[in-house]
Design a protein around this ligand. Structure first.
Ligand SMILES: Nc1nc2c(ncn2[C@@H]2O[C@H](COP(=O)(O)OP(=O)(O)OP(=O)(O)O)[C@@H](O)[C@H]2O)c(=O)[nH]1
Ligand SMILES: [Mg+2]
Length: 228
């Protein structure tokens, strides 16, 4: 073994230990968040997916259907800007924007801090739109009740197998931009099979936020999560 290679292995070992410590510290705060959410009777959804997959658009359409039925608040996670929070605010719900300034995911301490500005007792459903990314958000527990992942048709049908953790961790996947199916080589059947191989009980919805299809089934399912 060359000295350079040995150094690389030592660096890797250090990185693994550091990552374990970071995740351990995060999990402790996530457990506190979960306790707090449970005590306040609020259901929390961690909404994840690639940049531009349609998370905020899905939220806009979801809120339009649910604001008269349940009390909802939203936490928006982005590297920079309050653009998504401004879109959500127009739906008439309380929203807090977190800017990670380069960080690729939200973590439990960020959610703990944001929740200090919310009246959790007055909320039925808290939706957290995570930073657009198919990798890191799945690794960081924020104390949510369940995770959801949006996969848009234009990203390609190979994504479940290439990024398995996020699909294994999520209770539900939305195939969004289904209106664009005729213009791509996305194989819906293959993607469904890959997903259910990874996660046999995963719930799947096919949605188009622009054509407004599949959204009623999705919001009915979401309402059921809150009722439970
Ligand atoms: N054709 C089509 N376009 C959609 C659909 N849903 C969202 N879009 C478009 O996709 C683009 C990105 O949507 P956003 O909702 O901002 O995506 P996002 O996942 O929130 O993006 P980030 O917050 O940056 O990660 C916008 O131009 C939307 O209008 C859909 O169902 N069909
Ligand atoms: Mg967004």
């Amino acid at each position: 073994m060359t000295a350079g290679f040995q150094l690389l292995l030592e660096d890797f070992d250090l990185e693994v230990k550091l990552m374990r410590n970071i995740l351990g510290a995060n999990d402790e705060i996530a457990a506190l968040n979960r306790k707090m959410f449970s005590a306040c009777g609020v259901v929390v959804m961690n909404l994840m997916g690639s940049p531009g997959s349609g998370k905020t658009t899905l939220l806009e359409k979801t809120l339009a259907r649910l604001v008269d039925k349940i009390k909802i608040a939203v936490i928006e996670g982005d590297l920079f800007t309050a653009k998504d929070a401004e879109r959500i605010e127009r739906q008439g719900v309380d929203v807090i924007q977190i800017n990670t300034a380069g960080g690729c995911h939200l973590d439990a301490p960020m959610i703990q801090k944001a929740c200090a500005s919310l009246d959790l007792n007055a909320i039925d459903l808290l939706i957290v739109e995570n930073v657009g990314n198919l990798v890191c958000p799945a690794e960081f527990d924020i104390g949510e009740n369940f995770k959801a992942v949006v996969l848009s048709i234009t990203e390609g049908d190979d994504k479940p197998l290439k990024y398995p953790l996020i699909f294994k961790e999520s209770e539900v996947t939305l195939f969004n931009k289904i209106d664009l199916l005729p213009f791509t080589n996305f194989d819906l059947q293959a993607a469904r099979e890959d997903l259910t191989t990874l996660h046999p009980t995963i719930k799947i919805f096919e949605t188009s936020c622009t054509k407004e299809t599949g959204l009623d089934d999705w919001t009915t399912w979401l309402l059921g999560k809150v009722a439970r």
